[in-house]
Design a protein around this ligand. Structure first.
Ligand code: GAL
Length: 446
């Protein structure tokens, strides 16, 4: 009897010890803005083995995203922790694949979807990336009932529901709204050089020249992954075309032969004359780091960079770094929304829905977005939890023209985006405006 109790006690201690040093995903170190975040193409990282109870009970949720490393991972891990608090019996596998904007993750996902091996749920941008890739291929489950059952229909802005819907069905749940047309800048450099935030493209070019003359690197770019340069170009398109015609570009009503597209390309060329020399070997975190550490004045980045500045570099918003809308787009909000849906063919749909419920909840959204730099997708989230940047972005989202991002999957199909990224990459080195326009036109006609 005593032997039996001792054995039981030992097993218990062992189990507790295993859980304690086992797989809490919080032990994952962040990559501190180094290349580590992009170099790891090695598939999936399992950062949580779950506990003994999980295997018995609720099954497993495999969450697929590209949120690893600096400025990306904290928010996801906090959301996973919240989920685990609420569902200690469900195992979580964090299957994140490194590489900004899904550079590597999208390829891994495509292979898995084609091979009938979908993750339980995956990060996908609302708009074309969701609808024209996965929904059109009939690989996603409609989620209308999920929205009804959880009373979500009036909890998200209509524009977002539209982005995650096709032919009357809803296919995913938005976790956030990022803004893609943001310039972040080093406050000290601006002050020392007596620079005001530029609001037009002409003012922007003047500021770039002024900084260059003062011996400062005006603009930090890290286009080791081409999407960061594509992002600058899409903001220039928005600036020269205006919100309505920028949108018309994606439905073919405005062509790439439009003079204003050429104007955007000319500006792109000018601006590229002011970037750091080593731009091709840096990723977005490395480029943002130049601004944070006072080695460059500004960078154009989606506001995930805000998460990076605040959480990873410990910089204070409006003290160390400031922000303004990309010049020429002050009335516009380039929408980048990360969403999660339910692929067809997964075994444990009900378990996965439990995760999506937490992701869709006010608490889930506030836990995630206060760390990510984005604003909550839900309209009824707790505004008091957000700093000045967050509340400003919420206000702008309400008042500005909303435009879909090309670089982040919403505006056009993945095949077209891949081509644009390739052409942008060539343009950055060759800077041949005619050739660039021709190639864009050709890509658009396919
Ligand atoms: C975007 C994504 C953001 C952020 C960024 C950089 O596509 O929507 O959440 O992760 O890429 O990786």
């Amino acid at each position: 009897m005593l032997k039996k109790s001792l054995a039981l006690l030992l097993m218990l201690i062992l189990a507790v010890a295993l859980v304690a040093c086992g797989g809490d995903q919080d032990t994952t170190e962040d990559a501190g803005g180094t290349d580590e975040t992009t170099d790891d193409t090695g598939g999936e990282e399992t950062t949580d083995e779950g506990d003994a109870a999980a295997e018995d009970d609720g099954g497993k949720v495999e969450i697929f995203s590209w949120w690893t490393g600096a400025g990306e991972e904290d928010a996801l891990l906090a959301l996973i922790d919240l989920f685990k608090e609420q569902h200690p019996d469900i195992e979580v596998e964090n299957a994140a694949v490194a590489g900004g904007a899904g550079t590597n993750a999208k390829a891994v996902l495509a292979a898995r979807m084609q091979g009938n091996d979908p993750p339980s749920t995956f990060q996908v941008h609302g708009g074309a990336e969701l609808n024209e890739s996965w929904v059109a291929a009939d690989l996603m489950q409609p989620m209308n009932d999920f929205y009804e059952e959880n009373e979500l229909m009036d909890k998200f802005p209509e524009e977002l529901i539209d982005l995650v819907s096709k032919d009357g069905n809803i296919y995913s749940v938005p976790v956030n709204i990022h803004r893609g047309n943001v310039m972040f800048y080093n406050k000290v450099i601006f002050e020392e050089n007596g620079i005001e935030e530029p609001t037009t493209l002409d003012e922007f070019v003047d500021v770039l020249a002024q900084l260059q003359d003062a011996g400062v690197t005006p603009l930090a770019l890290g286009d080791k992954e081409a999407w960061t340069a594509t992002q600058i170009f899409e903001n220039l398109l928005l600036a020269t075309l205006g919100a309505d015609d920028y949108k018309a570009l994606w439905n073919g009503e405005v062509g790439f032969d439009d003079d204003r597209v050429r104007e955007a390309a000319e500006h792109f060329k000018t601006i590229l004359g002011y970037v750091n020399e080593d731009h091709a070997s840096r990723n977005w975190q490395d480029a943002s780091q130049l601004v944070g550490e006072g080695e460059a004045a500004m960078t154009n980045m989606g506001d995930w960079a805000k998460g990076y500045f605040s959480n990873d570099l410990n910089l204070a918003v409006n003290e160390d770094y400031g922000y303004f809308a990309f010049p020429g787009t002050t009335e516009d909000f380039m929408v980048v929304t990360d969403t999660f849906g339910l692929p067809k063919g997964i075994e444990n749909t009900e378990t996965v829905k439990e995760f999506l419920k937490v992701l869709a909840s006010v608490e889930g959204q506030d836990t995630f977005n206060t760390l990510k730099g984005s604003i909550p997708a839900r309209v009824d989230a707790d505004k008091s939890k957000y700093d000045e940047y967050g509340t400003d972005a919420m206000e702008d989202f309400q008042n500005n023209n909303l435009t879909p991002s090309l670089a982040h999957g919403s505006a056009a199909a993945e095949g077209f985006l891949t081509k644009v990224n390739q052409e942008v990459n060539i343009f950055v080195t060759q800077q041949d405006v005619d050739q660039f326009i021709e190639k864009l036109q050709a890509a658009g006609e396919m």
